[in-house]
Design a protein around this ligand. Sequence first.
Ligand SMILES: [Zn+2]
Length: 158
Amino acid sequence: MRCPNCGNLQDRVIDSRVSRDGRSIRRRRECVSCRWRFTTYERIEGLVPIIVKRDGRRVPYDRNKIFNGLLLACKKRGIDYETLEKITEKIESEILSLGVKEISTDIIGEKVMEELKKLDDVAYVRFASVYRKFKDASQFVEEIRSLYETPEKTEKKR
Ligand SMILES: [Zn+2]
């Protein structure tokens, strides 16, 4: 987005909310150059899905949860904010393009893991260990081992 204040094209999203009818997203943005804050609205094709948690509870979609999950996994890994922002954007557009009414947190978690696997091994294992709640050490080792397989193998659909 072009900054209305200085014309710079780079900004970061500082807050993001889905409208009540689930058809638009309001974003607060901050220009990375002059720090001017502005708001954009995006219309969504299709619906923003409701998130179904593991215990069956349904909660509104929240982009910040994806971002915060990434941020936590990448703590002290020297990965910049913009990279995480781009990954969040990518995962979000994948979710929205599904055009489904509901989506499980498991599917979102898998998408996050896919991206982290490409980004940083440590961040990936951190996220996966919390997310999948590995039952035992061998499962954990198996996951680490899979990081070193050929890309063709690790990119197979689970
Ligand atoms: Zn600006």
